[in-house]
Design a protein around this ligand. Structure first.
Ligand code: SAM
Length: 313
């Protein structure tokens, strides 16, 4: 993948540094290294003796970020892993419990811009969408093997796609004739099946998001990784999570609420018996959003929501 370049602009950079670089900070884990932009900002703001572990499941991203961050020498510790294994990574590196943890979810621009990765509906390429080469099934495997109901559920649950049934049916019809193997084929099929029903966004946006989430089990990784990350934190350690769609933000909000002692069970009572643990203190109830200025220079920031919490026990 020689043409692979990182042009990723980090979202909410200042807010991340001010949340995560605190007086006692000696070890940070960046669970989503990507282009290394946040890690670079953090390492530049930390004292000389502090280090940062950078995790990414994408070896291409890890290599590119490692080259960018090589100026920090042994202060930067790269690891190829899924952040759902953050506990194992921390144990293996043996530098103690982290004082800050960052999760900047989703894809980087470098991944999206490379048509060979299959994430973009704007560029023709193989229908892959795997962030990690160790992931067994590609988007093409799912599209060509799942039942109509399974596809419909993925498009509806992960993409909130209004025409999920119609699109799933078109996929089944098309794949009887020939397997769907490229992003271009899938885009044409979606556009044809919802013809005349264009909204504000491209008709393939939601299906592509849904397939990417399914291929990479993004919700499963977030649920498992987030809890493990919180439990790995040092006392007074801080966790910051940037999410880009409501499914992710809902998971983060619920877990932060649960572990900060706010009741999330249906009774809604402040002191009910839902078995919550008081582990976190929320920095604010509402998420931090990007400013108009940031959105102007980085449209990706438009949908970003940052939630920050501190480990108090
Ligand atoms: C939005 S980008 C991060 C950008 C980065 N913060 C920066 O400033 O350059 C998200 C990165 O997280 C990685 N990623 C997503 N889910 C992951 C997971 N479960 N485990 C490890 N890495 C993951 C992706 O491969 C991608 O490189």
């Amino acid at each position: 993948m020689k043409n692979y370049k990182y042009r990723h602009i980090s979202v909410l950079g200042k807010e991340i540094v001010s949340a995560l670089v605190h007086e006692k900070c000696r070890l940070i884990v960046d669970c989503t290294l990507g282009g290394g932009g946040h890690s670079e900002l953090l390492l530049s703001s930390l004292p000389e003796e502090a280090c940062l572990i950078g995790i990414d499941q994408d070896p291409v991203a890890l290599d590119a970020a490692s080259a960018r961050l090589s100026v920090f020498g042994s202060r930067f510790i790269p690891r190829l892993a899924n952040f759902r294994e953050i506990d194992k990574v921390i144990k293996e590196i043996n530098e103690g419990a982290p004082d800050s943890i960052l999760m900047d979810l989703g894809l980087s621009s470098g991944q999206l811009d490379n048509e060979m990765r299959g994430f973009s509906f704007q560029k023709d390429g193989p229908l892959d969408m795997r962030m990690s080469p160790n992931t067994r099934k590609t988007a093409s495997d799912l599209v060509n093997s799942l039942s109509q109901i399974e596809l419909e559920e993925i498009f509806r649950d992960y993409g909130e796609e209004r025409y999920s049934r119609r699109i799933a049916r078109s996929i089944l019809e098309a794949r009887y004739k020939k397997p769907i193997t490229t992003t271009g084929e899938l885009v044409n099929l979606i556009v044809d099946s919802v013809s005349g029903k264009r909204g504000k966004i491209h008709p393939a946006t939601r299906v592509f998001q849904a397939l990417r989430i399914a291929v990479n089990d993004e919700m499963g990784s977030l649920i498992e990784g987030l809890t493990k990350a919180i439990f790995s934190l040092n006392k007074w350690g801080v966790i910051a999570v940037i999410s880009y769609h409501s499914l992710e933000d809902r998971i983060v909000k619920k877990e932060f609420m649960r572990l900060s002692g706010r009741c999330i069970c249906p009774s809604g009572l402040p002191l009910c018996k839902c078995g919550r643990e008081l582990l976190l203190e929320l920095r604010s109830k509402k998420p931090v959003l990007s400013t108009e200025n940031e959105i102007k220079s980085n449209p990706r920031a438009r949908s970003a929501k940052l939630r920050v919490a501190m480990r108090i026990a």
